[in-house]
Design a protein around this ligand. Structure first.
Ligand code: XUL
Length: 482
């Protein structure tokens, strides 16, 4: 018997099959697709690509023994608009699409910034789902007029898999249409934005079964990728923080109550644990910053080799600071127009210094997120639990642990969101009683990376430089008073 997790990501559907007894990964498969960028700042995908990839990945990991349950996770916030026969009306508009600033301003105006945060736990951010609906109403009225159903990306895969239109409260939190405290769609937000609540799917808690496949396998409601990823590293209750060094960078902490940041600098979402919430800081370019540097300065060089060059430089790279706002930023600066920067360069700096600065700049951004997410922790700082491609680099994790001033743990299984999704699938199938039991049975810490005491002074000086530089590249300077 195996449980399967499917993560409908931005670049691929990733599937894993787990042995529920040992938590061992029995099979994994990745089926890739492209992101279309029809204009600068736009990001779209054909939902049919997700379904094709999901079928391939499911087929590849389902072999041998019976599948007890399937869990879904996926890229959050994307808008899938369907007509009254469940046909896709236009390509999905993704989480990293930046076209909706005018609609975000309109939402804030209609509801008021404070009330919006009270209700939804968030500011209106360009990647979220609600502003995309308003954009469609304004720019593609012929498409808008045909909308009968609205789904998030993984929920489109669920529709094809089970025939059900359903979602979970964790992923729904990223729509800006959920009453996050009440874990139900917000009539107040829907009315203020003049959107039809009948378009929205049925809501579940993440481990609930949302339907069954044609073969009768239960499919858990699942969760957005960050919540599922947090489960995958065992973050189910206040304590350790999920630290993701992936394309984007995320620090996520579990919360017992809904407690949004008054300024909406971090996201307050429902967690994938029934009755739990989370606080999440998101930086838009983490691994993406290193990928950018490689593209422009070291094409073809392996990431390991690049990071090796960085190891030759002492912490602080002798004065170089990198600001990672290459795609704008969310936390702590909700600023889609912020730009990245290198400062403090001199003639003796080489490519390795730039790489070191990138690794350290990303770590500074994670520290900004962690300060907001952890708040006033009682006692010593809780550990970070690392995942994402960047977490494979020990040097990068040493830099991150030093910047966070807390130990960072690596897990035995590094599949993040797909792993968390598999745990949810197992709970839906009755393999485990609840999410906590699933985590206890399967999540194991492999090793711990401590802050480097000799690096702390340089890292703190860098953190100060980093924070002081934002006004030079952020909207704050361009639009005084915003
Ligand atoms: C979370 C977020 C990303 C996407 C992409 O708020 O935007 O994690 O889910 O994977």
């Amino acid at each position: 018997m195996r449980v399967v997790g499917l993560d409908v990501g931005t670049t691929a559907v990733k599937a894993i099959a787990l042995d529920p007894e040992s938590g061992r990964v029995l099979a994994r498969h990745e089926a890739t697709y492209e992101v279309a960028m029809p204009r600068p700042g736009w990001a779209e995908q054909d939902p049919e690509d997700w379904w094709r990839a999901a079928q391939e990945a499911l087929g590849a990991v389902s072999g041998g023994d019976a599948v007890a349950g399937i869990g879904l996770s996926g890229q959050m916030h994307g808008l899938v608009a369907l007509d009254d026969r469940d046909r896709v009306i236009r390509p999905a508009i993704l989480w990293n699409d930046q076209r909706t600033q005018a609609q975000c301003d309109e939402i804030t105006e209609r509801i008021g910034a404070r009330r919006l945060i009270e209700l939804t736990g968030n500011r209106a951010l360009t990647g979220f789902t609600a502003p995309k609906l308003l954009w469609l109403r304004e720019h593609e009225p012929e498409h808008y007029a045909r909308i009968a159903h609205v789904l998030l990306p993984k929920d489109y895969v669920r529709l094809r898999l089970t025939g059900e239109r359903a979602t979970d409260v964790a992923d729904a939190s990223g729509t800006l249409l959920l009453d996050v405290a009440g874990r139900r769609w917000s009539d107040e937000v829907l009315a203020a934005l003049e959107l039809d609540g009948a378009w929205l799917p049925r809501l579940h808690e993440s481990p609930e079964a949302s339907g069954v496949t044609a073969g009768g396998v239960p499919v858990a409601a699942g969760a957005g990728d960050q919540s599922a990823g947090a489960l995958g590293v065992g973050v189910v209750a206040p304590g350790p923080l999920s630290v993701v060094v992936g394309t984007s960078g995320v620090v996520l902490g579990a919360r017992d109550a809904f407690a949004p940041d008054a300024e909406g600098r971090v996201h307050a979402f429902c967690h994938a644990v029934p009755g739990g919430w989370q606080a999440m800081g998101v930086m838009l370019s983490a691994g993406n910053s290193l990928a950018w540097l490689r593209r422009v300065a070291a094409p073809g060089v392996a990431f390991e080799a690049l990071v090796e060059e960085a190891a030759a430089w002492a912490p602080g790279a002798d004065g170089v600071t990198f600001l990672p706002y290459l795609a704008g930023e969310r936390t702590p600066h909700p600023d889609p127009l912020a730009r990245g920067a290198f400062t403090g360069l001199a003639q003796h700096h080489d490519r390795g210094a730039l790489v070191r600065a990138v690794l350290e700049g990303v770590a500074c951004g994670l520290r900004d997120c962690a300060d907001l997410v952890a708040g006033d922790e009682p006692g010593p700082p809780a550990a970070g639990r690392a995942s994402g491609g960047g977490a494979r680099s020990t040097l990068w994790l040493q830099i991150v642990a030093t910047a966070l001033e807390r130990p960072v743990e690596r897990l035995a299984v590094e599949e993040g969101a797909a792993f968390g999704a598999a745990l949810l699938g197992g709970v839906a199938a009755g393999v485990w009683d609840d999410v906590e039991a699933a985590v206890t049975a399967t999540v194991r810490v492999r090793d711990v990376i401590d802050p480097e005491p000799d690096w702390l002074d340089a890292q703190r000086a860098l953190q100060n430089r980093y924070r002081a530089l934002y006004p030079a590249v952020g909207q704050g300077l361009q639009h005084p008073g915003v």
